[in-house]
Design a protein around this ligand. Structure first.
Ligand code: SF4
Ligand code: SF4
Length: 142
């Protein structure tokens, strides 16, 4: 989601460029749900992909992984996305914006995290190793 988007946009803003190819906040790794205000906020592109809202929550949410994320990139970025997608910033993204972490370091952290997730999936690492990286770099506050 990035400083501007769940996992996926590129511009002159360094905090945005680190999101390209990450997508950890879109694919269910970092977050389990995203809140929206209503169906129109969810938008047609996601509805067409079969995403529906869970109205038991207040505000309503939709479940992640989002079907629009592919290899860490939001495939509907040029179309309508929920407002939350354009607002979300993980701790790493905020650190880059604040100038506390440079973009190359942030990308290295993302690469390590993605590799760890892959190893967890293959049984070569425990889930606690991934959770530790997520807690330290993505969920922490600056
Ligand atoms: S987890 Fe952070 S760095 Fe990765 S796409 Fe989301 S906002 Fe960007
Ligand atoms: S629509 Fe889906 S893939 Fe795109 S930014 Fe939002 S959560 Fe991420």
């Amino acid at each position: 989601m990035g400083s501007t988007d769940a996992g996926s946009e590129q511009s002159a803003n360094p905090s945005q460029s680190i999101c390209v190819g990450c997508g950890l906040c879109c694919d269910g790794t970092l977050l389990s749900h995203l809140a929206v205000s209503d169906e129109s906020d969810l938008g047609m592109p996601l509805r067409a992909m079969g995403v529906s809202l869970l109205f038991a929550a207040d505000p309503p949410v939709f479940e992640l992984p989002c079907p629009a994320v592919e290899t860490g990139v939001c495939t509907i970025h040029h179309l309508h996305r929920p407002h939350a997608c354009s607002l979300y910033e993980c701790a790493l993204s905020r650190s880059v914006i604040a100038g506390d972490v440079d973009a190359d370091t942030a990308r290295a952290i993302i690469t390590t995290t993605l590799a760890t997730r892959r190893r967890v999936g293959e049984g070569g690492a425990g889930p606690e190793e991934l959770e530790s990286l997520l807690d330290t770099h993505f969920r922490g506050s600056i």
